[in-house]
Design a protein around this ligand. Structure first.
Ligand SMILES: [Zn+2]
Length: 693
């Protein structure tokens, strides 16, 4: 009301009747609730899809535009001081001596995926944190990659797997190069280094010369051609060279077919999480909605068969296997971070808020539990129901044979390197640009974004929140001059009755779950937007998994709090068979851990038909001083509930918690108080509960 009063006074002083223009200039505001942003305009300041590609709904800001704060910043700092930042002192693949990625001519050892997997996240960690040491180190590697480009345009090592292909011409495996292209794209966004564009053009010209029958024939590159495709569009949007679209067609037609009806080309967990987005990526060029639908179909297919579990992922403890769909089946850490990256990209392509919701689901409930609280170790596999994390071989209960469940910084070769992009990419997508020259708050976290909006004014928006541990989000505008632009706020699918206030004035309109609030007004210095996303207890029933239940509160899902005993192990002795480390790496500084339960885990939940609020007591605790909520001790709230031991539900012969009993389970044990904690903070967990009578 304050601004309206100002307008009236202003008009009286001018002695003129209100006109549309005056109203607009004086702070008229439009608040709407929309399903998707309009696509008629093209953002003037940030590179989006160039015609004839389908316009993007949301546009990624260049790396460095967003300054994360709060617990995301803490996670990034832990990564920097922990495994991501220090891995080059441990991993044999990152040893610069005789390294095929560091020789400048592609010759040497370790020329496959490990270096670019690591560098992809390590570099972005540096750009996001503006950490000069990391940025300088990244550039050392990238300089060698530039140097390695050959006259024909090929760069990097030549890994040739003839046994996998009918390939007399020895076309190298292009999978590691796909990763290195992503490193180059981020580096360019950060630095504008003029070498990047010609380097990519030259490489893609070389790809044009490879005949179809020799292109992308090896398993990994064949599955993952969508990453190559995405880089081609990235470059096309910067150069507009039409032949790149011909190459895109060629890459698409030689990539595994992810558009099959009710089937996937393969059922490898990382491939699924990464490659299901290939059809949606190609849709940008083909503009045929069947491609977009294929991505949705793949997503729902794997979740209907193997993902009837909490935490956003699915059971595929290497590959998804028929008959192995209980929540004790695990997923790889690589699968989690690839899924998050896919969700972020699909948010941009489709504008569908469900992808951002899903990204948060994996980020809050699954990924944090895959790493040690100090980020100095991770495990290959994590499951929604996981009551032991040890060196034992659990095959065939899980598919992989070996110590795949323990936390070990020397182990889990692919995840050990690939995990690095998880939080940096997430931090880069907290805010996105919109086609109508505005900004969208996409993934909620304390942070600051500086971006060009409206007619080109640079504004900074500061978001303050403890989300997802708090339902209140505040955004303050920092601008040198008043500027008109739309601000979008994502309303998650789990949230009804979102409340929005601008400078303390409530906007009394219903905001639908799974939509966006769009506020267009002339924003001034210190304007404040407050968003409340009311969180409620909600029960998921997994009828395909024995009628088990999961308990959610807003975007968080809860696990039984199991007392965890950490047993220190020798990282070298307990590593998975394909691990390699540098000779002088010191395992005493980098211990591995087994985690054992020190309390009972085989509880069923006591539930009745009454409202959940009457059956669970929410205990809120103070925010942890170190800003890190993903440990049992620090987690900002817990649920008090009631459970009963199910005596028959024990470890099976493979040392995994046995498959869920059919609910409701009749037991004669006594009802007991139990505590639940957010499952992201539970490294041992039961998050799909049987229900007891
Ligand atoms: Zn992995």
């Amino acid at each position: 009301m304050k601004s309206l009063k100002h307008v009236v006074i202003f008009l009286v002083l001018l002695g003129t009747a209100p006109s549309k223009i005056l109203w607009a200039q004086s702070g008229k505001e439009s608040v709407t609730n929309i399903k998707r942003p309009g696509l008629k305009e093209l953002n003037k300041f940030y590179i989006s899809n160039k015609k004839p590609l389908q316009p993007l709904s949301f546009i990624k800001l260049p790396v460095g535009s967003i300054k994360p704060e709060g617990w995301i910043l803490k996670f990034l700092e832990l990564q920097r001081d922990g495994l991501t930042g220090q891995l080059s002192n441990i991993s044999a693949w990152l040893d610069k001596k005789n390294n095929a990625w560091f020789s400048g001519n592609g010759k040497g050892d370790h020329g496959w995926e490990e270096v670019p997997y690591w560098l992809k996240g390590y570099g972005n960690l540096g750009y996001v944190l503006k950490d000069e040491k990391i940025i300088t180190e990244t550039k050392l590697w990238l300089d060698k990659v530039f140097e390695s480009q050959e006259a024909d345009g090929y760069f990097g090592p030549r890994i040739v797997e003839n046994e996998h292909q009918d390939n007399k011409g020895n076309t190298p495996d292009l999978w590691p190069n796909m990763l290195m292209l992503w490193c180059m794209q981020s580096y360019y966004e950060y630095s504008n280094d003029t070498r990047v564009i010609p380097f990519m053009i030259k490489y893609f010209k070389w790809q044009m010369t490879v005949p179809d029958e020799k292109l992308l024939k090896i398993y990994w590159e064949n599955s993952r051609g969508g990453d190559n495709l995405y880089s081609i569009y990235w470059l096309y949007n910067r150069t507009g060279e039409k032949w790149l679209l011909d190459l895109a067609n060629k890459i698409h037609r030689n990539t595994a077919d992810w558009t099959q009806k009710n089937n996937l080309p393969n059922w490898h967990n990382v491939n699924i999480a990464q490659c299901f987005r290939e059809p949606a990526t190609y849709y940008m060029q083909a503009k045929d909605s069947s491609f977009l639908n294929a991505t949705y179909n793949d997503f729902y297919l794997v979740r209907s068969l193997y993902g009837q579990v909490p935490g956003g992922m699915f059971g595929a403890d290497e590959n998804a296997r028929k008959g192995f769909d209980d929540p004790r089946q695990a997923v790889e850490t690589c699968g989690m971070v690839e899924q998050m990256a896919s969700d972020e990209i699909l948010t941009g392509i489709t504008g569908d808020p469900m992808w951002a919701d899903h990204c948060e689901d994996v980020a809050f409930n699954t990924y944090p539990a895959a790493v040690m609280p100090d980020f100095k170790g991770l495990r290959y596999l994590t499951a929604p129901n996981m009551v032991v994390s040890d060196t034992r071989n659990h095959a065939p209960g899980i598919q992989n044979e070996g110590p795949f469940l323990m936390m070990n910084p020397f182990s889990s070769r692919c995840c050990q390197h690939n995990h690095s992009m998880g939080w940096p990419y997430y931090a880069e997508h907290l805010w996105m640009a919109t086609p109508d020259n505005g900004i969208a708050a996409m993934l909620y976290s304390s942070s600051e974004v500086s971006a060009k909006v409206g007619n080109g004014n640079m504004v900074t928006l500061k978001q303050t929140t403890h989300y997802p541990f708090d339902e209140n989000i505040s955004i303050e505008v920092n601008t040198t001059t008043a500027v008109n632009f739309p601000l979008y706020l994502r309303i998650p699918n789990w949230c009804s009755n979102a409340k929005l206030m601008v400078n303390g004035v409530e906007k009394s309109m219903p905001f639908e779950a799974g939509s966006y609030a769009r506020i267009e007004r002339k924003w001034k210095q210190a304007d404040v937007v407050e968003l409340v996303l009311p969180m409620k207890l909600k029960k998921d029933i997994w009828d395909k998994n024995k009628n088990s239940v999961s308990i959610n509160y807003g975007p968080l899902t809860f696990s039984l709090k199991i007392d965890e005993t950490y047993k220190q192990m020798d990282s070298k002795k307990s590593a998975i068979g394909d691990s390699k480390w540098q000779e002088n790496s010191d395992q005493s500084k980098w211990p591995s851990y087994e985690i054992y339960p020190a309390s009972m885990w085989n509880y069923g939940l006591v539930l009745n038909e009454q409202p959940l609020e009457s059956q669970f007591k929410i205990i809120k605790r103070s925010w942890p001083e170190n800003n890190f909520p993903f440990t049992q001790d620090a987690v900002p709230f817990i649920l008090k509930a009631k459970g009963k031991i199910i005596p028959e539900w024990i470890l099976d012969k493979n040392g995994l918690c046995d498959v869920l009993p059919q609910s409701p389970v009749t037991v004669s044990t006594k009802e007991q108080p139990i505590e639940l904690i957010p499952m992201g903070a539970a490294r041992l967990r039961i998050a799909s509960f049987p229900v007891v009578k």
